[in-house]
Design a protein around this ligand. Structure first.
Ligand code: MLT
Ligand code: MN
Ligand code: ZN
Length: 310
């Protein structure tokens, strides 16, 4: 199984177009230790020829230029794509907007929760993905889903499970109370496995809390890609960027007693990689004490183009 990080940053990317925080300013100035990043997506393939996108980033076009393995093949037909399926973990803009890049009459399948499929169906913009070519398949929670797209069996199985999180920002219902109308299953984690080899990994780009159930699920895993949005809850407020905490945005922090570094410490996960890293996060500075602390705790800071195989 081949895995490639197409985009390692959170919504907005790094540097973010309108952001002049210390990280974004340093990245824009080309300072050493600050590597630019595109928005949240992974590619996975069993055979290296046919690929599944895990979330479709607004930066997908640029990501395909950077990752020719996923772009149209020179030896292929006049229109062709190695991308046979897209699996969505939620309805956030940074995870669905890239679907619009996949227009132009190409067959593939979209796998998502019923609620996210309804959001796509309710927005006429996504009708550019013609129903006769682009299949919409429900990703059932806590059941294995064999991924098939454009008539190709991708040879991989996805098991989606609900994690703590929040409904997409643009769907928030202020009148619905403190959870803004969030339902169980609005934020999914994925376990992607290859039945032929038994190898598996987890992909969890958004998660508000590492509860006992999630901890038990991840214990002993070989590889986990995990939500690295913020270092600490108030960092966007402190830097004058946005008046919201990580908790309000539906993301657990890296630091602190309930943060991901502490929560993963006893789980015996072999390889832990942060993805969906927000531009405000000090770990994006390769020379920062926070970066050193995360690495000392056994975490890798995912980057665009990072390749792994299982
Ligand atoms: C998030 O991960 O919290 C969202 O992508 C935020 C957003 O929609 O900008
Ligand atoms: Mn996001
Ligand atoms: Zn910034």
């Amino acid at each position: 199984m081949f895995i490639r990080i197409l985009g390692s940053s959170a919504g907005g990317g790094f540097p973010q177009w309108n952001c002049n925080c210390r990280n974004c300013a340093a990245a824009r100035a080309g300072k050493p230790g600050f590597r630019a990043r595109t928005q949240s997506s992974l590619g996975v393939s069993r055979d290296g020829a046919n690929w599944i996108l895990l979330n479709a980033s607004p930066d997908l076009g640029a990501q395909l230029v950077q990752n020719p393995a996923l772009a149209a093949r020179i030896e292929g037909a006049s229109r062709n794509s190695p991308i046979k399926a897209v699996v969505l973990t939620n309805g956030d803009v940074d995870h669905v907007a890239g679907l619009l890049t996949l227009r132009e009459a190409q067959a593939f399948s979209i796998y998502a929760s019923r609620r996210v499929l309804d959001v796509l169906a309710g927005n006429a913009l996504f009708d550019v993905l013609a129903a006769n070519l682009v299949g919409r398949e429900i990703l059932t929670i806590d059941a294995p889903t064999k991924i098939i797209g454009a008539g190709v069996d991708l040879g991989l199985v996805v098991e989606a499970f609900a994690v703590e999180g929040k409904i997409a920002l643009y769907l928030e219902d202020a009148a619905a109370g403190p959870n803004f109308g969030t339902q169980i299953g609005d934020t999914l984690g994925l376990r992607i496995s290859d039945p032929a080899t038994g190898e598996a990994f987890f992909y969890i780009p958004g998660c508000a809390k590492i509860d006992e159930k999630l901890a038990a699920r991840l214990a002993g895993a070989k590889l986990v890609f995990f939500d690295g949005t913020l270092w600490h809850d108030d960092e966007m407020i402190e830097q004058g960027l946005l008046g919201k905490t990580g908790a309000r945005m539906g993301h657990v922090n890296m630091s602190g007693p309930e943060g991901s570094i502490a929560s993963f410490a006893p789980l015996g996960v072999e390889r832990k990689v942060y993805i969906h890293i927000n531009n405000s996060n000090p770990v994006l500075n390769e020379f920062s004490p926070e970066r050193k602390a995360a690495e000392a705790a056994g975490w890798e800071i995912g980057y665009d183009g990072m390749e792994l195989s299982l």
